[in-house]
Design a protein around this ligand. Structure first.
Ligand SMILES: [Fe+2]
Length: 372
């Protein structure tokens, strides 16, 4: 399993050569922290304090066997073991299973996951959650007309995220809507609640009553179009990634939710982490006129891309269909409703990290591949 191992840099590092010729160097402090003895046998958590490493740890000798490495650290640390699994987990990264979609072909061809199977079978649950990770969106079918179906769906992997709209919310035409989602207007592609911090990361919408015409659901992959913008119009991408903009929503009670963040949020490595796009709740500060003008041009460029006919996944939801999507990635919208429509969707929010935790359980050991 390990071809060669040696102590380097006066014990501060250990070099490990794997049979495929790949060599990795590990810091002595990392090896100590990730040794078998560092973890509590029951909780799996690290037992020692970081302050134990003050003054540094260095390796005096190292040897390999079939299970991993045997290390002797300088006093007071003594003998430790580290398994091959722990070494590999330190240098391998999760298999990337995200597929960006600039066009919706794959999603529109995938048959919906039956709701009863999703509730009863781990295989169907895994398929639905894996689609959410891959495409940012999954469709379940056959959920019937039970208004609690969204909560039952969330309970399979996590917890409902209650918001100012309640534990669940009903999307249907109201005479004096507090949010335009509850009117008969068509809705541009958007993400929900950009005025919240943190924003709800998962959304579920269950079609309980649908109309004969109007109200078709629309979806697009915000990450895919943001990456296309980065490739094709890098200056516009930079403006959207670097300029915080304010979003706001005022409730009838006078409570006012507000948050400022860029339309495209990047993680420290530059990967797109979240899209915030919702023209209804944009509350842009006037700013310096030339900068604001440049921001609008970049914003409209992105808006145009996501609304392009070839970009949009359009689906007329059938009664009992349930759409689950990542609200940081997937933009959703709808065509206008017909007047006095009975259309009724029940929605709720949940957290995407619970989905990842459940997928980790369902996929157990087969989610790793070689790096680089
Ligand atoms: Fe929405």
């Amino acid at each position: 399993v390990i071809s060669r191992v040696s102590v380097e840099d006066e014990g501060r590092r250990v070099k490990v050569t794997f049979p495929d010729g790949r060599a990795c160097e590990f810091a002595a402090m990392w090896l100590f922290d990730h040794s078998d003895e560092a973890r509590d046998a029951f909780s799996g958590q690290r037992r020692h304090s970081a302050s134990l490493l003050e003054g540094g740890a260095s390796v005096e000798t190292v040897a390999s066997d079939a299970d991993g490495l045997r290390l002797r650290f300088s006093r007071p640390f003594g003998e430790r073991r580290i398994s091959v699994g722990a070494l590999c987990a330190g240098v391998l990264r999760p298999r990337s299973s995200v597929e960006l979609w600039e066009a919706p072909q794959a999603i529109s061809e995938a048959p919906a996951v039956p709701f009863e199977a999703y509730l009863a079978e781990d295989g169907a649950l895994r398929e639905a959650l894996a689609r959410l990770r891959r495409w940012g969106l999954a469709i379940l079918s056959g959920a019937g007309a039970d208004p609690s179906a969204v909560e039952r769906a969330v309970a399979r992997f996590g917890f409902v995220r209650e918001t100012n709209y309640g534990r669940t919310f009903d999307v249907r035409v109201e005479p004096a809507p507090g949010n335009l989602a509850y009117s008969d207007l068509g809705l541009d592609l958007h993400t929900d609640n950009p005025y919240r911090d943190p924003v709800p990361t998962l959304q579920l919408l269950h079609a309980i009553v649908v109309d004969e015409a109007g109200g078709e659901s629309l979806f697009a992959d915000g990450f895919a179009h943001a990456e296309a913008l980065r490739r094709e119009a890098p200056a516009a991408f930079d403006i959207l990634a670097r300029t915080p903009v304010r979003f706001a929503f005022a409730e009838a009670s006078g409570s006012r939710w507000t948050h400022a963040a860029p339309v495209l949020s990047l993680d420290p490595l530059g990967a797109i982490e979240a899209v915030r796009l919702n023209h209804r709740s944009l509350d842009l500060e006037a700013g310096e006129a030339a900068d604001t003008q440049a921001w609008y041009e970049a914003y409209l460029g992105f808006h145009r891309r996501v609304h392009a006919p070839g970009a949009v996944f359009e689906r007329r939801l059938a009664p009992g269909d349930m759409v689950v999507f990542d609200n940081r990635r997937i933009l959703h919208g709808r065509r206008a409703l017909t007047r006095e429509t009975p259309r009724w969707l029940r929605g709720c929010y949940a957290d995407v990290d619970a989905l990842a935790a459940t997928l980790a359980r369902l996929e157990a050991a087969d989610a790793w591949e070689a790096p680089l």
